[in-house]
Design a protein around this ligand. Structure first.
Ligand code: TYM
Length: 332
């Protein structure tokens, strides 16, 4: 029965072109969860404006991310798929939760520390506050599980702390959500500097594979991926480049690490790299085709995000009213 299903919430920012990291760390996993859980998948445009966005690019990318969700296999009949700014309760919920979060907690977040190094004094207050908005996203739906890549784990721990604090100050209100980090592909690394996470904001385009990269570009980027001079396909920390390619192959094909190591024993990297590139192309090509079809049907997209927002508003507003009542606001 629907009511007994556990609840899932997750989202991706429309702040750049999505990468293979977003796909393997989040999306591919979400698709597997849609039958077993009640899922809310959101395009988090409020998060995206924590760094400057060109309005027309933000509009385009928001629809692109929605199209990617659908093309990757999320069924709009089974999942609630929506745009964050269409549900005002997220912003309001974030304000309430702000008052239960300490600035010390926020300034200790690794992602904030990294970004504040890059932007210095002119970092937006939104970037500091970003994890509280994320907590509101999750808690408004009373999510039990949050499927994300490893880089979001710390933000999720803060969400749990905020939820526990609210529950103990008032009375049990929120489920305490658990991170749901995939075994495979939880942290896809940069192809040029394989000790760093693959990120859409890297300066060198050879560092990442985009979900929308054409096959020849994918093959070129994999052939240029940094490895080492050992020439052995082995999964270990001394060979971070090779380890990353093994992880990608394993996450896409399901072939075990053992099987991969055996298959390429004594062969060097040439065939291995060709096969990794093939696996990525085979996985992404059909998705790319569907993305383009969906983007050409704006009415279809609109019908999905409208319907998603209707359901999401209903659920989120109910929780928001509960929070307001406990805090002591006069009901409208
Ligand atoms: P974002 O948009 O940076 O990334 C979206 C998802 O992709 C995962 N990811 C990766 N996984 C593996 N390897 C990588 N190299 C890699 N890069 C990104 C991320 O872990 C994430 O799961 N704050 C979030 C968005 C968000 C959210 C939420 C997530 C907002 N509200 C509520 C869950 C629940 C973010 O910026 O993700």
């Amino acid at each position: 029965m629907e009511e007994n299903k556990k609840i899932i919430f997750s989202g991706i920012q429309p702040s750049g072109n999505l990468t293979l990291g977003n796909y393997l760390g989040a999306l591919k996993n979400w698709v597997k969860l849609q039958d077993e859980y009640e899922c809310y998948y959101c395009v988090v445009d409020l998060h995206a404006i924590t760094v400057r966005q060109e309005p027309k690019d933000l509009r385009r990318r928001t629809l692109e991310v929605l199209a990617i969700y659908l093309a990757a296999g999320l069924d709009p009949e089974k999942n609630t798929i929506f745009i964050q700014s269409h549900v005002p309760a997220h912003a309001e919920g974030a304000w309430l939760l702000n008052c239960f979060t300490y600035t010390g907690e926020l300034s200790r977040m690794t992602q904030f520390k990294d970004k504040s190094q890059r932007y210095g004094e002119s970092i937006s207050a939104g970037l500091l506050d970003y994890p509280v908005l994320m907590a509101a996203d999750i808690l408004l739906y009373n999510a039990n599980l949050v499927p994300v890549g490893k880089d979001q784990k710390q933000h999720l721990e803060l969400t749990r702390d905020i939820a526990e604090r609210f529950n103990s100050l008032y009375s049990p209100t929120f489920n305490i959500p658990e991170p749901y980090i995939p075994e495979l592909g939880a942290k896809v690394m940069d192809l040029q500097e394989p000790t760093k996470k693959m990120s859409k904001s890297a300066d060198n385009p050879n560092s990442y594979i985009l979900i929308m990269d054409p096959p020849d570009v994918i093959r070129k980027k994999i052939s240029r991926a940094v490895t080492d001079s050992l020439g052995i396909v082995k999964y270990n920390d001394e060979q971070p480049g090779v380890k990353n390619l093994i992880t990608i192959l394993n996450a896409i094909t399901g072939m075990s690490i053992d099987q991969i190591e055996k298959k390429y024993e004594g062969q060097g990297y040439a065939q291995f790299k060709l096969d990794v590139a093939d696996a990525i192309v085979n996985e992404l090509e059909p998705i790319q085709k569907r993305i383009n079809e969906i983007l050409n049907d704006k009415e279809y997209l609109e019908s999905i995000y409208r319907k998603g927002a209707e359901k999401a508003n209903y659920v989120a507003n109910k929780m928001l009213r509960k929070m307001q009542k406990k805090i002591g606001f006069i009901p409208r």
